[in-house]
Design a protein around this ligand. Sequence first.
Ligand code: AMP
Length: 425
Amino acid sequence: MSYSLPRGTQDILPGKVEIWHSIEKEIRELSRRFNYHEIRTPIFEHTELFQRGVGDSTDIVQKEMYSFEDRGERSLTLRPEGTAGVVRAFVEHKMFGQPDLPEKLYYVGPMFRYERPQAGRYRQFHQFGIEAIGSVDPAVDVEVMSFAVELFRKLGLRDTKLVVNSLGDASSRIAHREALVEHFSGRINEFCSDCQRRLHQNPLRILDCKKDHEHELVGNAPSILSYLNEESRTYFEKVKQYLDALAIPYEVDPTLVRGLDYYNHTCFEVMSTIEGFGAQTTLGGGGRYDGLVEQIGGPSAPGIGFGIGLERVVAAIEAEKSAELASGGIDVFVVALGDEAKDASVSLLSQLRSNGLSADKDYAEKKMKAQLKQANRKGARFVVILGEDELAKGIGVVKVMTTGEQIEVSVNEVATYVAAQKGGA
Ligand code: AMP
């Protein structure tokens, strides 16, 4: 019997995991700067949480959830997205009671959806998301969007595009909904069975259908922007004004609705525009969800957030050949020749690591040339050569791989020397 990966999952192997580390490092650094704090919620939650929090009419709840009954006969579901769990925690821990709202939280971790696997679409994938809960200030909407834009910029992704829309408040949505029902009713039999169900359950979802997105009635459907009431229009204007003030380029797309039920007012997506990136170009998206906290049993507390798919970010980085991030090499490789040098290399390696450097050595008794090749394969920026003659003099030879420059350094000082060189590089 041999085993293989379950469909739609991936192993992230050494050589690739380094890109993930770089992304995660950037995520944490930017969260610090924007003052968002990490929250870790369970991988599984009560199924009902997602039914209520993501919405019964969504594809996620209708057909994509990994739900199971545990031995205590409770229905549990592997989280398909991060917001519902974060909002549950916000309510459960009464974070709404603290004086300085919005509460600004972020999460990183695996999500699970039973979708048809293809490039950029997996059954286990990873999301980074932020949530700002407890404020209706349009400046928060723009903080959230600018966070996403800044993250992609810091990751070296230049070919991205921010697309925004407004879904309006509840009364704007009711007026738009009626217009949509009228628009589609006459020809709903030309649509897939899901859309036929959506017509009365949530006609906005028809605009988001993966099967019918090319139908002419989707293309010329009534735009939500024509149904925004005064208050919703003013809100959207303010959001756009702040985006302009920050010189963040964006497009308004009135057909952008997003797949989840709980959005209102601002919604947005960031796509990769790089050629050949494939069909799944949306790197992340989000929006405002002013009714969600109440829906999940909390007080009325407005919120906004985004979720970014890390597999797609990795693919975009690779597509843009962001060489610096992709390199992932080590700092130092120690080449040791002879028994004494081998002994010395063990403590040198430990000193290098104590000095914060990533360091490795050969453990297979290779010859000098083969060890140097290995150093190259590992992308080492420095090589320290410990030969018998050098050791007799108490020195090691430090080679800077980018320039080929070599310098003799006392063995006891090699670690601090390389650390200083690396800092200055
Ligand atoms: P959503 O929660 O559906 O708004 O998705 C937010 C982001 O998560 C998307 O823009 C994708 O980058 C990513 N994403 C969603 N579903 C998947 C999936 N099945 N596989 C990989 N990434 C996904």
